[in-house]
Write a protein that binds this ligand. Structure first.
Ligand SMILES: Nc1ncnc2c1ncn2[C@@H]1O[C@H](COP(=O)(O)OP(=O)(O)OP(=O)(O)O)[C@@H](O)[C@H]1O
Ligand SMILES: [Mg+2]
Length: 486
């Protein structure tokens, strides 16, 4: 047997389109996941940033309100008032104590408020939503913010302010975070990529390369992987692969040797059979020699030559990788069995030959192949009876039909099969338990019967052996026939 080497695309059919490698996928996924993590962190931190910013404004507003309260008569000069409002970055401040508005500082032109935010008991969800809204809100919004900066107890401040400054600060903050995220994700991705590359991708690439290289020439033991000695899963994969490659390589070498040997045996058998046939023809002539010693030895000589020729023929039959598929047709079984009997010289002195097959019984099979099956079974029966010395015996062949299956049985009254033959029945060279036998007859018979979709079995071994061959009729492909005719 020769092992042909294929290239990669040949064996796997069409080569798949080249997809990004494992490393590229890893890098992309890492960047993606780090960015996702950053987004998740961004929302709460920007909401926090806004709250802090607004609380600062409220704090400054509270200080301004204190300054206003200290003014004589509670009335602030316009310049000072504007200065205080500008400092606090607000347009109006009102301070409330115990639900009573006690102080209001506002610009001359009170502004119209677009939205009101109460920071006192806003939930974190509201805070996040409000913070994100700032980014998409229309330009120059005026908002009212209520909160407790906590300078004076039980006092809360309510300011009206333009949102633009907050928006600008939040955009700056967002950009800062984005920049930071990019740097962090690049560093994390690079570190992850390098470590995964070192831990996984590189050894995987090594394994893959070895597999491809080994597959090109599996008989070459130098291509077997050398495990790196790692103790993780990759190490296990390497060790298992190495063991598998060793076994495969050995099996292949052994098989090619056996194939070469088989070929040689077939050639020898072929030529040997021809030489033995000539020898047989020559020894046949010895029968005419009157010398009693010659007369005594000739039958033995001819029998040995016969056996040797049969061994060669069987070896050749078995050497064919596959028997030709059966060419089936329906024919009467009885004449075929009669032919087999004739060829074996049955009945012969001491061996009765009983055939109980209805003349009308037909079998659907390859005639030549079935002849070989029957001939092997009957010859075995004859040999079994002969092995018993002078004892008389009988070989009975019967046939019947069960539905679409034809059953033929060959029974003899010989000693039956010894245990040694029964354990490996139908296996070539294994079942031989008879002196001078080659152990191929039953293996060939089984192969031929199986090619017909049938079965062969030893059905009885008490008081002689009985072999049963069942051959089902060929399934007629009516549809196919109709199509062919059309
Ligand atoms: N009818 C039988 N009675 C007793 N033993 C049998 C019978 N048929 C087969 N055997 C045993 O089974 C063994 C295998 O038979 P098989 O026909 O496969 O090989 P063989 O007869 O030894 O050699 P070959 O048929 O190749 O010349 C025989 O050696 C014999 O011991
Ligand atoms: Mg035999």
């Amino acid at each position: 047997m020769s092992v042909t080497s294929h290239d990669e695309s040949q064996a796997s059919g069409k080569a798949p389109a080249r997809a990004p490698g494992l490393s590229a996928k890893l890098l992309l996924l890492t960047v993606l996941f780090v960015m996702l993590a950053e987004v998740l962190v961004f929302a709460p931190s920007v909401s926090n940033f806004r709250k802090q910013w607004l609380m600062e404004r409220l704090g400054t507003a509270q200080i301004a309100s204190l300054a206003a309260e200290a003014a004589p008569g509670g009335q602030l000069p316009t310049m000072l008032r504007d200065e205080l409002l500008k400092n606090a970055m607000v347009k109006a401040i009102s301070v409330k104590r115990a639900n009573a508005r006690v102080l209001v500082i506002e610009m001359d032109m009170p502004a119209e408020v677009d939205a009101t935010y109460d920071l006192r008991n806003a939930s974190w969800v509201t805070l996040i939503a409000d913070a994100l809204m700032v980014y998409v809100s229309p330009k120059d919004r005026v908002v009212r913010v209520i909160g407790e900066p906590g300078l004076n107890k039980d006092e809360f401040i309510d300011v009206v302010m333009g949102e633009e400054t907050l928006k600008a600060a939040m955009i700056r903050y967002g950009l800062d975070i984005l920049g930071l995220s990019i740097i962090i994700s690049i560093i994390t991705a690079a570190l992850l990529y390098l470590s995964l590359n070192w831990l996984l991708v590189k050894p995987m690439t090594g394994l893959t390369k070895n597999i491809v290289r080994f597959r090109e020439r599996p008989e070459d033991p130098t291509r077997i992987i050398t495990p790196s000695g790692r103790r993780d899963e990759i190490g296990t994969a390497e060790r298992e692969l190495s063991a598998m490659q060793h076994e495969l390589s050995e099996t292949l070498t052994q098989k090619s040797r056996l194939a070469a040997l088989g070929l040689a045996v077939s050639k020898i058998s072929h030529d040997l059979r021809n030489m033995l046939s000539s020898a047989q023809l020559l020894s046949d002539r010895l029968r005419t020699v009157k010398d009693p010693t010659v007369q005594r030895l000739v039958p033995k000589l001819i029998a040995s030559l016969d056996r040797a020729i049969r061994l060669c023929a069987h070896t050749l039959d078995f050497g064919q990788a596959h028997e030709a598929p059966p060419r089936r047709k329906r024919f009467a079984l009885a004449p075929l069995v009669a032919e087999v009997g004739d060829s074996l010289g049955l009945p012969r002195p001491g061996i009765d030959w009983m055939v109980t097959i209805d003349a009308a019984l037909e079998i659907d099979a390859d005639r030549d192949q079935l002849y070989r099956v029957m001939s092997n079974l009957c010859r075995n029966a004859v040999q079994a009876l002969e092995s018993e010395g002078d004892a008389r015996g009988e070989i009975a062949v019967s046939g019947r039909r069960e539905g679409s299956v034809t059953i033929v049985e060959v029974a003899d009254t010989g000693p039956g099969l010894p245990e040694k033959a029964r354990s490996h029945l139908f296996e070539a060279f294994q079942s031989v338990a008879r002196k001078g036998g080659s152990g191929l007859g039953l293996a060939i018979a089984a192969e031929l019967v199986q090619a017909h979709g049938g079965q062969i079995a030893l059905v009885n071994n008490e008081g002689g052996a009985t072999f049963r061959v069942s051959i089902p009729d060929a399934v007629v492909d009516l549809e196919g026939m109709r199509r062919r005719r059309a």
